[in-house]
Design a protein around this ligand. Structure first.
Ligand SMILES: *Cc1c(COP(=O)(O)O)cnc(C)c1O
Length: 384
């Protein structure tokens, strides 16, 4: 038995990634901001579960100016996959990664002086200059140099001759909440002050960037000269954008699919699944599908989710378990073993957006797509 034989066939649970939808969403962003603003395609966390290398490749082909990741490891993986656009690493870097960032052209975000020091040493040893983007914390309270310390930080950075501040950035805490527009305005003003402080101390950053998806669509005053959208590229927007963004024509990119493995008649009064949480109120036809919470079909959808089978919605019955989920297909005409089941995404003109699953499960659409686990193979489709 060789590898090819072992890889043949297999469990019919997969995530279909529509690269044409990704491209169309990218073009929507490009059209929104115009040619004068650069676009960084954010592909951190394996492109929100969609597959970083494949998505980055398509974004590069569509003209993304930069790629954004969370960790150096993610940046190195993009380089190994042959991606050539500049890569910004939002999270900075950790012990021992300064050299790798420098060697592979992964530009780190910097927010502590010892980071500048490590890069300075690595760059000096390599006879080079290390580009960095400095993050300013203007109100998120997470990563970044506090805005009221930015001027001093800018001054101290002058001490590192092999480090060049190529960009300045900040991140909004509530760009998606119209009720917090005042706070967003404060963040913007603090950022502008920090930029001025860096320039006054002799730094000449080419890039000033602030905008995530929400700010890209709702706060043009915060575009700077580059935007950093993630979610909207993957068609995730209903729980990401504020109402003033309107209803952009963004397409879902991921569809999570499986197939009916077993059909059985269940009698009134019988219970289904762990904990006997569902009791049949009538004679039912129940389908078992080979996908569960270990695949990222979250357990909070137990007795609450719905799927698409033969162009019809069918409810999830009983608890979602690790590897299996049960569906009430009593009303699905002609249902058979092997029928395709869509747990998330589009099928036969019907759509189950990740945002809907997220609302039912009490979370954000990003967590739904990020949560589709490594056990689920990604299949990339493109007609263009
Ligand atoms: C994740 C992230 C983004 C993208 O945010 P979306 O809401 O997905 O558009 C932009 N900038 C930074 C620093 C991030 O961490």
């Amino acid at each position: 038995m060789n590898e090819a034989m072992l890889a043949a066939g297999g469990r019919p649970t997969w995530a279909e990634i529509d690269l044409d939808a990704l491209a169309a969403n990218f073009r929507q962003v490009r059209a929104r901001v115009g040619a004068g603003v650069k676009v960084m395609g954010v592909v951190k966390a394996d492109a929100y579960g969609h597959g970083a290398a494949e998505c980055a490749r398509r974004l590069e082909a569509e003209g993304a100016d930069w790629l954004g990741v969370a960790t150096p490891e993610e940046g190195f993986a993009l380089r190994r996959a042959g991606l050539s656009r500049p890569v910004l690493c939002f999270g900075g870097f950790w012990d021992g990664q300064a050299e790798g960032c420098l060697a592979l052209g992964v530009t780190p975000v910097v927010y502590r002086l010892d980071m500048a020091s490590a890069l300075d040493a690595a760059a000096r040893a390599a006879g080079r200059t290390a580009d960095v983007h400095v993050k300013v914390d203007t109100g998120m309270g997470r990563l970044g140099v506090r805005h009221d310390y930015a001027a001093e930080f800018a001054g101290r950075l002058r001490g590192f001759g092999h480090v060049r501040v190529a960009g300045l950035l900040t991140h909004f805490a509530a760009a998606d909440e119209p009720g917090r527009d005042c706070f967003t305005g404060d963040q913007l003003k603090r950022f502008r002050d920090a930029v001025a402080a860096f320039r006054a101390r002799g730094h000449q950053p080419e890039y000033e960037h602030m905008a995530n998806s929400a700010a890209t669509f709702a706060h043009p005053e915060a575009w700077g000269n580059m935007v950093r959208p993630g979610g909207v590229l993957y068609g995730l927007w209903r729980d990401v954008l504020p109402p003033q963004a309107g209803e952009p024509a963004l397409r879902p990119v991921m569809s999570l699919r499986t197939r009916v493995t077993l059909l059985k008649a269940v009698h009134a009064g019988e219970t289904l699944g762990y904990g006997c949480t569902y009791e049949a109120a009538r004679e039912m036809l129940v389908a078992t599908v080979p996908a569960g919470y270990a695949d990222g079909y979250v357990r909070a959808l137990s007795n609450r989710g719905r799927v698409i089978v033969r162009g019809q919605f069918a409810p999830v019955v009983g608890r979602v378990s690790m590897d299996l989920t049960l569906l009430d297909v009593t009303d699905v005409e002609g249902v058979r073993v092997g029928d395709r089941v869509t747990l998330l995404g589009a099928d036969s003109g019907r759509v189950l957006p990740a945002e809907d699953l997220a609302r039912t499960a009490g979370t954000l659409s990003y967590e739904i797509t990020c949560g589709v686990s490594a056990r689920v193979p990604r299949r990339y489709v493109s007609a263009e």
